[in-house]
Write a protein that binds this ligand. Structure first.
Ligand SMILES: Cc1cc2nc3c(=O)[nH]c(=O)nc-3n(C[C@H](O)[C@H](O)[C@H](O)COP(=O)(O)OP(=O)(O)OC[C@H]3O[C@@H](n4cnc5c(N)ncnc54)[C@H](O)[C@@H]3O)c2cc1C
Length: 401
């Protein structure tokens, strides 16, 4: 009898952890994982690459270090389409592959919310190439300043004040003294502005923590515009609304971190979705498709305590992956599935390398202990997916004060 074909799309948090766990099941199956790059990257650390705090190699490792070649075939390619009824996946270079079970874990994309000029003039930060582009673009503006003395070259606008924006601002402000020296810039002329539509900053944390975090950034020179929705991005400015008036901040580096949506391939492949996310069944399959699991940022799981979907995070993506591996084995062996349940362990938002704010298992943390906790969590995740070697090579061991 032919072996069961399991295909995993995406080697991010969700896809690679699924592979790691499903290989442990030693199923009578042929496993294929498809990813556009030969490396996995820790998306939660993209802001470090964008700010220049760390090179791309620090936050990535080869997918092959998780692949057990006796069970799994890795195809480096771009997924173009999933034909859910035919049970096939179209790839850009390798034609069409068939599956019996599919794990759709293609992650997130930048969300422009239809605002004019975002796609043309703002810089998203959603993968390694875009994070590198943010860093290179800012460096290029700084290099030009000494020729032209145009002060908009020293102005950076970060659009949105969610988790990603705050973590980026934390690293960027820590890198700034080095950049000022490197490019011989007038420090007092550097301008960093963060523009947020919502009236409150970091509402996911208690006020004491969010105030602490925001004050740290203000002390490092960040100016916050709050309750001021962005209306347009132009080549050299961000236009926002304050009360009934349109105003602008001039800048040559405009970083777009207002939020993300799930992969556009979700909709393109005909799944019922909202912002690239499918409301999945209790076994994490797409409604009506019991052999197609959709996990990570392409999925939505209801939090019954507040009747809203859980925020998409690496934390839930990893838990979903563990559950999918078990349920894949259960389905193949005709055993009962284990419904997915999730309880957030909390979250930690870094404000540079040695500062953070967070809530972990009911405990509020700030400053150095919070930053240490974030590194411990990351190391544990690296260990579980990548193994000991990956954790020692890529982990965070600068736990000093
Ligand atoms: C700066 C930043 C900080 C964050 N901080 C936190 C945090 O502290 N805690 C937390 O829990 N979450 C955090 N998040 C969110 C977290 O990173 C995401 O929720 C998580 O990455 C989702 O995992 P995923 O596996 O669904 O997708 P991803 O990690 O995006 O992986 C998707 C994979 O699919 C590949 N892929 C995409 N499209 C294709 C295609 N067409 N063909 C082939 N391959 C493709 C990609 O290359 C990638 O390898 C942060 C995100 C950012 C950007």
């Amino acid at each position: 009898m032919a072996k069961t074909k399991i295909v995993i799309l995406g080697a991010g948090y969700a896809g690679l952890r699924t592979l790691k766990q499903v290989q442990k099941e030693h199923l009578d199956a042929e496993i294929t994982i498809v990813n556009k790059n030969e490396y996995h990257y820790e998306a939660t650390y993209l802001h470090e690459v964008a700010s220049g705090a760390n090179p791309p190699e620090k936050i990535s490792f080869p997918i092959m270090s998780v692949v057990d070649q006796k069970q799994t075939n890795f195809i480096q390619d771009t997924v173009v389409m999933v034909n859910k009824d035919e049970k096939t996946v179209e790839l850009a270079k390798n034609g069409t592959i068939e599956f019996d079970y599919l794990v759709f874990a293609l992650g997130f994309e930048s969300e422009s919310f239809g605002i004019t000029g975002v796609d043309e003039f703002a810089l998203p930060m959603v993968d390694i190439p875009t994070a590198v582009k943010v860093r290179e673009h800012m460096h290029a503006q700084f290099a030009k300043y000494n020729e032209t003395k145009d002060e908009t070259l020293l102005s950076i606008v970060v659009c949105g004040a969610g988790f990603t924006s705050i973590e980026y601002l934390g690293e960027l402000t820590q890198q700034m003294p080095k950049l000022v020296k490197e490019y011989n810039l007038p420090a007092d002329k550097i301008s960093i502005t963060c523009i947020e539509a919502m009236p409150t900053l970091l509402p996911m944390f208690v006020e004491k923590l969010s105030t602490y975090g925001i004050q740290k950034l203000k002390d490092r020179g960040v100016k916050f515009l709050v309750g001021t929705p962005i209306k347009e991005v132009t080549p050299e400015a961000v236009v926002y609304q304050e009360n009934d008036e349109l105003k602008e901040v001039k800048a040559k580096t405009i970083v777009w971190t207002t939020g993300v949506k799930g992969s556009s391939l979700v909709g393109k492949s005909g799944f019922e979705e909202r912002r690239g996310r499918v409301m999945v069944a209790e076994d994490l399959t797409a409604p009506g498709y019991p052999t197609i699991f959709i996990i990570g940022d392409c999925s939505a799981v209801m939090d019954k305590t507040c009747d809203r979907p859980f925020p998409t995070t690496a934390q839930i993506a990893l838990k979903q992956a563990d559950n999918v591996a078990k349920n894949l084995a259960a389905k193949i062996k005709n055993q009962p599935i284990v419904p997915f349940t999730f309880k957030s362990q909390g979250s930690v938002c870094s404000i540079g390398n040695n500062e953070a704010i967070g809530e972990v298992m009911g405990h509020n943390l700030k400053g150095y202990p919070a930053s240490m906790m974030k590194k411990v969590i990351e190391n544990k995740s690296l260990m579980t997916t990548g193994g000991m070697k990956v954790m020692f090579e890529k982990g965070r061991f600068d736990l000093y004060h």
